[in-house]
Design a protein around this ligand. Sequence first.
Ligand SMILES: Cc1cc2nc3c(=O)[nH]c(=O)nc-3n(C[C@H](O)[C@H](O)[C@H](O)COP(=O)(O)OP(=O)(O)OC[C@H]3O[C@@H](n4cnc5c(N)ncnc54)[C@H](O)[C@@H]3O)c2cc1C
Length: 270
Amino acid sequence: VDVIESRQPAQGASKVSYAWINARDKHPVRYHELNRRSQDMWRRFEDDLQTDIGLVWGGEMRWAATETGALEFRSRVAELQEWGYSIREISPEEAAEIEPGISFGNPTSVSYTDSDGHVDPERVVDGCLSSVRQTGGLVHTNESVTSFIKSRDSISHVVTTKDTYECDSVVIAAGTETPKIAEMLGSKFQNIHSQGATVITDILPVPLFNSIAAMHSPRDLDGVLINSRQLTDGRVMIHGGTHAHSIADESIEDAEMLIQETAKYLPSTR
Ligand SMILES: Cc1cc2nc3c(=O)[nH]c(=O)nc-3n(C[C@H](O)[C@H](O)[C@H](O)COP(=O)(O)OP(=O)(O)OC[C@H]3O[C@@H](n4cnc5c(N)ncnc54)[C@H](O)[C@@H]3O)c2cc1C
């Protein structure tokens, strides 16, 4: 396998990905099952790559803050249980026992999903590219795919800004640029846009959580919705969004606001 990368690896979506390994928010049931099967594959994938990809397991916790939110919340938990997902509603007391460092406020319902985890995408990309090189493949950087040459029904060559390469088959893994490249082959894909901003902090010298891998703040509140996880080197990744509009303008003010919002739920980040 040869890889063609227009810039440097892991600088696109993978750099800012929250990389939560889950099937909790996946609909419909078939897509949920696909995600569940892929959750199961991560350990094997890490073994295959023979490198540390920053996998963290421990589950996910979130809660509702309103009575209406709790109704919706419980119905989703029941649906996921019907689908066989390892999720359960726990009492606020049990939640506080599992995660004494989280400020839950007055939760109306709390869920705990023990099968979830997260990963470090930059390490995953590094591991994959090492594997490509070890098996004799080449990684071309600062080189863009510009077109393909077809021979009958298959693609025979990849044309780039620097060269033309013969190939047996092509995998498009171009993140948000995938529709553009697929269009070169006459296929139509559409990106779906969602709002959000990602902050990666310096190393936090204390564990963010007692045992869980990821925390999501209540979705039934207005304002900023916070997702938090801690990478294995101690850095904390905060992903924030709102129901209504983007907060992602790369400003220091937005980043600081996300950190302040996070501290409401996780005082150890202050
Ligand atoms: C904010 C955010 C949060 C996310 N959270 C999660 C999550 O919690 N769980 C989850 O499973 N997924 C999550 N995702 C999705 C996941 O991160 C992405 O699906 C994944 O990182 C995509 O990897 P990729 O290699 O396809 O794309 P990218 O990492 O974007 O890499 C694509 C590469 O293609 C290169 N490229 C583009 N055009 C060309 C060209 N013409 N020629 C050569 N190279 C080209 C780019 O330079 C880039 O390096 C999230 C994504 C984002 C942005």
